[in-house]
Design a protein around this ligand. Structure first.
Ligand code: MN
Length: 322
């Protein structure tokens, strides 16, 4: 990228794997191409960005980050993980930005780490993954994170995680062996994260923090498609002044969605119609999804150049101050 030139393509749900987290969790011991690409913070990653025309990746640790650890270890580990990410990002500041990893098992430490990551490290917000110790992120114990996010004016990216074990047992067990993806990107991730988004609206967190900003990947995890029905159902028989009577209004005022892992033109057009063009940002979900199909899809979309530019870079520059 030429220095001084505004980035044309910013991808904001792009993952990596910290070496210490990898060693401690042991989840990637089978190795493989995805693990190698996650762990790569070097020329290979940059080369694949260049080949697809991606100027900037906003990096986030892959699921589960440090959320699987006990509270004390998670807090210590998160600081080290974010410091290591800072070292990398600052080595290539024209190509990379970062979302913080948060030790959600200790919500107050998570809030402090969010602040440190933003103010001392220049990170753009934070990503949280699925459940923490069986709790959805709307639980009031996690609200210190949202309190701090509002104060710092940075978004929280609510990313999928594995379904609760009881849900796996009740809903998915008989299909897991033949179709393990039913627990993740095939379906389970979507249900988990849509539920998290819905619960955030119902929780009242946006009444408490009226400037809080939430990002959902995967074109909103199906919520934009269901928005009319959800809103209609929660609204009927409710007094007009009740917070749960204006679900759609709250959702559209506080949520941003990205194209990560969901390059569907009909689904994108639904998001544009429900949320407006200013709330949609480009993302790939690399390395689980390839870069080039994402940038090619964007170029082929029947959008004005102005709207395409908002999705590819303008909205990210505004929201994340890139
Ligand atoms: Mn992802």
């Amino acid at each position: 990228m030429d220095s001084g030139k505004k980035p044309r393509v910013i991808a904001i749900e792009e993952h990596y794997l910290d070496a210490v987290v990898e060693a401690r969790l042991g989840l990637w011991s089978a190795g493989g191409e995805t693990r190698d690409r996650l762990a790569d913070l070097g020329e290979r990653r940059v080369g694949q960005m260049d080949a697809a025309g991606i100027d900037i990746q906003v990096l986030s640790h892959c699921v589960p980050g440090v959320q699987a650890f006990e509270a004390d270890e998670a807090a210590t580990l998160a600081r080290d993980v974010n410091d290591r990410l800072f070292d990398f990002v600052t080595s290539k500041p024209d190509r990379f930005c970062a979302f913080a990893t948060l030790p959600t098992p200790d919500p107050h430490s998570a809030a402090d780490e969010l602040e440190r990551s933003v103010t001392a490290l220049g990170f753009k917000g934070a990503m949280v993954h699925g459940l923490t110790n069986g709790l959805f992120i709307d639980d009031k114990r996690f609200w210190p994170i949202f309190d701090r996010a509002q104060a710092l004016d940075v978004p929280i990216y609510v990313h999928p995680g594995r379904p609760h074990p009881a849900v796996i047992e009740a809903y998915y067990r008989d299909y897991v062996e033949a179709y393990p993806a039913i627990l993740n990107a095939g379906w389970g991730f979507t249900v988990e994260t849509a539920t998290a988004g819905l619960r955030l609206v119902l929780s009242g967190v946006f009444d408490a923090y009226p400037n809080l900003k939430i990002i959902l990947g995967h074109l909103g995890e199906s919520l934009p498609f269901s928005l009319w029905r959800i809103n209609h159902t929660f609204s009927k028989a409710m007094p007009a002044n009740k917070k749960d009577a204006r679900f759609r209004e709250i959702f559209c005022a506080h949520f941003y969605v990205t194209t990560s892992g969901n390059f569907s033109t009909p689904a994108l057009l639904c998001c544009i119609q429900e949320l407006g063009i200013d709330r949609i940002l480009f993302g790939v979900d690399w390395p689980y999804i390839e870069n080039a199909p994402g940038t090619k899809w964007m170029q082929d979309l029947p959008l004005s150049e102005q709207d395409r530019g908002k999705i590819l870079n303008g909205n990210a520059r505004n929201l994340l101050r890139i």
